[in-house]
Design a protein around this ligand. Structure first.
Ligand code: HGY
Ligand code: MN
Ligand code: MN
Ligand code: MN
Length: 408
């Protein structure tokens, strides 16, 4: 194992230790104790690599390597460092570590970039605490207004600002970033699917990222005694939710072309075994490479909700996120491919079924993404694993690409 690969492995392993569920995967919610631990580790690494470290008013972390051109726009390179509940070690951190190791290669080769490099570690990409997702990148680019950011609360009613304060973050720091200060954004991410492993190819050059939307649906019914309330006198919020949820997979299947829809979260109130549920809250996540399919599923979902919105039941639908499908920048794609060939590293083009911060940065700058294979094609589980040798190959490609972009 070479030095680069060993450093990658060590850093990903260290970050994975900052979890609320040791032995049951990575649970690192935004602004949690585990966030604070990972944040300190990442900031220390950035300082160790000679970067100027700062945080913005949302808690995103930046490590800057100055360029020779004064006040030039930066090449950002990184990913997110939050996780889903009981997720894996690589989703997010692999990209942050890749950014750090690109800087390490600049340092090792005594290269000074013309344009500054900034390693970034973004918050709340998964949306596990405040819902929606892609929060850090949307806030940084202004797609999420400061007002909307401030109004976000978690399932315990704790606001973003209160949660930031709890771990000593300063929300008065600079927030929305001027797009003029960004020259490009590069992200390494694990594929989270089966394609690269099946093809036995170490590198995927991402062409497009699916469009996605997320809803939170609240069903209000009426609580009652499970024993004394006759069946035809019930407004059961869980039965209604179940009837809607059961229909959702077919709404996606009818669209075809890889359209998917998922209910990942369901909360029942008051959640007593002998109480008719008064309220349920569940999520619907819809994705497709073609926007028309997403729109069709949204339309059919609304029809389904209207059908079940009847006596004694009140259903409210709130949309938390909408991102149309994104194409990566053609010039960066060809740069990534050319560098892979020059380095004699096999690659293929690939489309992403997962959402990524790159789709947000694509609204304000030129963006490129690389994937590495996921073992067994699994992710968002403790079994998630990628080979540090593949990540090291991606780092080499990114290093060569960044050298080109920053004219070294
Ligand atoms: O859900 C996603 O696609 C990403 O992992 N946040
Ligand atoms: Mn991710
Ligand atoms: Mn993820
Ligand atoms: Mn992502």
């Amino acid at each position: 194992m070479n030095n680069l690969q060993a450093r990658i492995e060590e850093q990903i392993d260290n970050i994975s230790k900052f979890t609320a569920t040791p032995d049951q995967g990575t649970t690192r919610l935004t602004y949690s104790k585990e966030d604070k631990q990972a944040r300190e580790y990442i900031k220390n690494k950035m300082m160790e690599y000679g970067l100027q470290v700062r945080e913005d008013g949302f808690g995103n972390i930046f490590g800057k390597l100055e360029g020779t051109i004064k006040d030039a726009p930066s090449i950002l390179i990184g990913s997110h460092f939050d996780s889903v509940p009981n997720g894996g070690s690589f989703d997010g951190p692999a990209g942050v570590v890749a950014g750090l190791e690109v800087v390490a290669l600049f340092n090792e080769n005594n290269l000074k970039p013309k344009y500054p490099l900034e390693v970034i570690a973004l918050i709340e990409e998964e949306g596990s605490r405040f819902g929606g997702g892609l929060m850090g990148s949307r806030a940084m680019t202004g797609l999420l207004s400061e007002e909307d950011f401030k109004n976000l609360i978690d399932h315990n009613g704790v606001s973003t600002l209160e949660a930031m304060k709890e771990i000593g973050l300063d929300s008065s720091l600079s927030k929305k970033r001027d797009p003029e200060t960004i020259k490009a954004y590069l992200e390494l991410h694990i594929e989270q699917g089966p394609i690269l492993e099946a093809k036995k190819i170490p590198i995927g050059v991402v062409e497009t990222i699916v469009g996605l939307t997320q809803f939170e649906i609240t069903v209000d019914g009426r609580a009652g005694h499970a024993g004394t309330t006759p069946m035809d006198h019930r407004s059961d919020a869980l039965v209604t939710a179940a009837q809607i949820i059961a229909e959702i997979p077919s709404l996606a299947k009818e669209e075809g072309e890889g359209t998917v829809a998922t209910t990942g979260k369901l909360n029942v109130f008051p959640n007593g075994s002998n109480v008719i549920p008064s309220k349920t809250v569940f999520t619907v996540d819809i994705r497709s490479g073609k926007e028309k399919h997403i729109q069709n599923v949204i339309r059919k979902l609304n029809q389904l909700v209207n059908f079940h919105n009847k006596e004694g039941i009140k259903i409210t639908v709130s949309q938390q996120l909408y991102m149309e499908p994104k194409a990566m920048n053609r010039d960066i794609i060809s740069l990534l491919k050319k560098r892979s060939s020059t380095l004699d590293i096999p690659y293929c083009s690939i489309n992403s079924g997962a959402g990524h911060d790159a789709m947000v940065l694509a609204e304000v700058t030129d963006v490129g993404m690389l994937f590495v294979p996921s073992k067994g094609g699994v992710s968002h589980t403790p079994e998630e694993w990628s080979d540090s040798l593949d990540i090291a190959k991606a780092v080499e490609i990114l290093f060569e690409t960044v050298k080109k972009l920053t004219e070294v």
